[in-house]
Design a protein around this ligand. Structure first.
Ligand SMILES: *Cc1c(COP(=O)(O)O)cnc(C)c1O
Length: 410
């Protein structure tokens, strides 16, 4: 791809007009939508309406009048379409970390006699921390075991209660074959939990076709729900009658306003709720999801594959001479929507890029991540990013001392 090709691809892009639904600062190339999606224009209006009218004017009555009570299910139902499951199989609550705790506990309860939670080494650390915490809390009854990716299918055995994997890896964007791994887990009698944080909204996910049991995932990444937006939980209908989240609160009770002494779980996904949800965050996420109305995720995936292929091709051609290598799988079927480049000075190079208005991010120890979110990233952004990156490397401007300083969030 050259600059002219990039402009041509943008002019022919069937998804090109979606970019106008976002507020992206002029002059900024924003390639961090896999960490924090940009603000959909409709989200600001909805947030204002909830604050000014529903909260300020209607106050407590809004729980009924505006059905705040039903918002976790309504938003969940909209996400269900994006992950290939039925509306009543998804609810939105809490954070991905907390939801992982709940679904793994639910899975353990349905597999008594099995004691192992199996996951991948090097996965996003919060997932490992949650699983280790569950194992500690079980007083030795359960162990959290993490193995290398290649060893996963072979490591699922008769003691494995549940396999917990992230569909698209946060660092290199390597993607699991959800259907194949789910089959392997089921063949060994284990359940499976998929973390969709780096795939939901960026590519089609078909959990029903794969026969998946549970899923969790972030909504502030490719779903653009806003910083700290509440997370999704999926449980297949066949498991719902016996779900025990382990973390039980009054919002998951079958009749919370009866205020009775003993816990009786709500039917369906509502029992996966814990306490009072953040209505501001849920309503903002609800509005952000409007961007996906009428969109075919197959088109999103087709564009995403072209964007990542173009980026990888340019990086290999222009950046290899500077010691930059591509960490993301070269086979488009085996990767998600971001590209990871490696260089020993990745941190400083990324800071120099950000100073030039190209915002990607850095992951220890040596990875530069570029999120090419297909709804609003242009082919021209890909071209310009590699141009600017090549310039930063030629000029060595990343050597400036200011680019070595690290903030609290990297
Ligand atoms: C981003 C991400 C999370 C984030 O979890 P929070 O509870 O929202 O902080 C969890 N797991 C994976 C795999 C992620 O990529």
């Amino acid at each position: 791809m050259n600059q002219r090709d990039a402009d041509h691809l943008d002019s022919e892009d069937p998804l090109g007009s979606l970019r106008d639904k976002f507020r992206i600062p002029p002059g900024l190339i924003y390639l961090c939508g896999n960490s924090l999606g940009p603000m959909p224009l409709g989200a600001a209006g909805r947030a204002r309406e909830v604050v000014e009218r529903e909260w300020a004017e209607d106050l407590i009555r809004s729980w009924n009048v505006h059905d705040w009570f039903g918002l976790p299910e309504r938003v969940g139902a909209r996400i269900a379409r994006l992950i290939g499951v039925r509306p009543h199989e998804v609810i939105v609550a809490d954070s991905t970390s907390i939801n992982l705790f709940k679904v793994v506990n639910a899975a353990l309860h349905t597999r008594p006699g099995r004691h192992t939670i199996l996951s991948e080494r090097g996965n996003f650390p919060t997932n490992a921390y949650v699983l280790q915490g569950i194992a500690r809390g079980s007083a030795g009854a359960t162990q959290a075991r993490a193995v290398e990716r290649a060893e996963i299918p072979g490591a699922i055995d008769e003691d494995t209660a549940v396999v917990v994997l992230t569909h698209v890896h946060y660092r290199d964007a390597a993607a699991f074959d959800i259907a194949a791994v789910t089959r392997a887990a089921h063949a060994a009698g284990a359940l499976i939990v998929w973390d969709l944080s780096h795939s939901v909204g960026a590519m089609p996910v078909d959990l029903a076709a794969a026969g998946a049991d549970f899923a969790v995932g972030c909504t502030y990444k490719y779903l653009n729900g806003g910083p700290g937006a509440p997370a999704l939980i999926f449980a297949a209908e066949r498991h719902q009658a016996e779900l025990d989240p382990g973390l039980c609160g009054w919002w998951g009770h079958q009749s919370p306003f009866d205020l009775v002494e003993d816990y009786q779980p709500a039917p369906g996904m509502r029992r996966m709720l814990t306490g009072t949800p953040s209505i501001l965050a849920l309503a903002t996420l609800d509005a952000a999801l409007d961007v996906f109305d009428g969109i075919d995720l197959a088109d999103v995936r087709a564009k995403s594959t072209r964007l990542t292929s173009a980026f990888i091709g340019l990086a290999q051609a222009r950046l290899a001479a500077f010691g930059v290598t591509v960490a993301t799988p070269l086979d488009p079927l085996r990767r998600g929507a971001h590209v990871a480049l490696r260089h020993p000075e990745a941190y400083a190079i990324m800071q120099a890029l950000i100073a030039r208005q190209v915002v990607g991010d850095f992951r220890v120890p040596d990875v530069m991540r570029f999120g090419l979110a297909p709804l609003y990233t242009r082919y021209r952004d890909v071209w310009d990013t590699v141009e600017i990156l090549a310039d930063v490397l030629v000029s060595e401007e990343w050597r400036k001392p200011e680019f070595a300083r690290r903030g609290r969030v990297t």
